[in-house]
Design a protein around this ligand. Structure first.
Ligand SMILES: [Zn+2]
Length: 375
């Protein structure tokens, strides 16, 4: 089947600067919004509150709605219900990826209302991409959906994101790094020669090069509350460069093997304590084994060491799994709907299992002890 190739490049307006929220009232007015639903995470609002303007002074009514916790079909329907009942003209989402994804879904499905996003973390490209990752009410991932409608305005207040949890930021860097590795094989093995694919590839390259060069400094700066250029570049790479890979490339720039491995290991309760990007980082390594790219793994090793990213099953609490349990993970990785089938190598469950075991040998030779970086 040919891959989908539709360009949905960016939000209509994006501003990332100190005092970005000061543009909110004018941004709403410019969109003819007089009454707006304000969906927000609780912690997110605590961190962002002191930078938020009083919209009532600008004559804009706000309907305050705390986020229910998951970007699920029920939560999206609940928010759409309030939008209709309260007759709002737009929706603001303030928070992490799930809040933003819910605001995008509700804004679109309520009738293509303008969506204004205020991300409070940079752990993924949710603020950029016109899609939502959907979960059940209990938090199991059930895929994603794409909208023919970009967010109308994205306002990034860097001081809010600088104050967000460090472990989420690191997980976001790892998830962004995957954009290069997951699209690399596909984009170098396609016969399609189109400008959008070159742009997707350049964005993906930045998803690798900027973190490899600046993430260490950036994370040190974040620990110390320093709003440095390095930190801003890494933060925006997570949001913007990550979003542009799929924005230009569509299915040529989507997740492939590393995320399918992530999805399969996420079914194991032992891994629930690890953030999404951390498990994706392990998936990158398994994918590189499948692609026989041992040099690239050596190149990544110091980066993995400095951020405590997993390279072995033990790093993910999975070292006591039996061969048959590993086989289940391998089977799950290549289940019929898995994104791994976008990868040109026709990867089988046996390939995945062999790669996990080969990676164990390699990790044994290169091992390091995972430290707690969360403080
Ligand atoms: Zn991801």
């Amino acid at each position: 089947m040919p891959l989908q190739f539709v360009q949905r490049i960016a939000p209509q307006e994006y501003v990332s600067e100190i005092n970005a929220y000061d543009r909110l009232a004018d941004g709403l007015r410019a969109r003819f919004i007089k009454r707006v639903l304000f969906l927000h995470g609780t912690k997110a609002l605590q961190k962002a509150r002191r930078y938020l303007p009083d919209l009532s002074e600008a004559g804009i009514a706000t309907v305050d709605v705390p986020f229910g916790g998951e970007c699920s079909k029920n939560e999206i329907s609940r928010v759409i219900g309030i939008m209709k009942e309260e007759r709002v003209d737009g929706i603001i989402g303030l928070g992490g990826g799930k809040v933003l994804d819910t605001a995008k879904a509700a804004g679109y499905k309520a009738g293509s209302f303008p969506v204004i996003l205020l991300p409070t973390m940079a752990s993924n490209c949710a603020a950029w991409s016109p899609l939502s990752v959907l979960y059940t009410d209990s938090g199991a991932s059930i895929g994603h959906e794409i909208y023919p409608h970009s967010s109308s305005l994205v306002l990034v207040e860097p001081r809010v994101i600088l104050d967000s949890p460090l472990d989420y930021f690191i997980a976001g860097v790892a998830d962004t790094l995957a954009k290069w590795y997951e699209s690399d094989f596909l984009l170098t093995h396609t016969a399609k020669n189109r400008l959008a694919l070159r742009l997707s590839r350049e964005a993906a390259r930045l998803c690798r090069d900027i973190p490899l060069k600046f993430a260490e400094q950036a994370i040190d700066d974040m620990k110390n509350g320093r709003l440095s250029d390095e930190w801003i570049n890494v933060m925006e790479t997570n949001i913007m460069a990550g979003g542009l890979v799929g924005g230009f490339g569509d299915e040529y720039g989507r997740a492939t093997a590393a995320h399918s491995i992530h999805d399969a290991i996420t079914a194991r309760p032992e891994t629930h304590q690890f953030l999404h990007g951390i498990k994706v980082a392990y998936g990158i390594m398994v994918q590189l084994v499948i692609e026989n790219k041992w040099d690239e793994m050596e190149r990544l090793l110091p980066f993995y060491k400095s951020f405590n990213l997993p390279i072995s099953l033990a790093d993910l609490n999975l070292d006591s799994l039996s061969q048959s349990e590993l086989r289940v993970i391998a089977d799950e990785t290549v289940r019929p709907k898995a994104l791994i089938h976008l990868h040109p190598l026709n990867i089988t469950a046996q390939n995945v299992l062999d790669a996990i075991l080969q990676l164990e040998d390699w990790a044994g030779k290169n091992h390091y002890k995972i430290r707690d970086l969360s403080n």
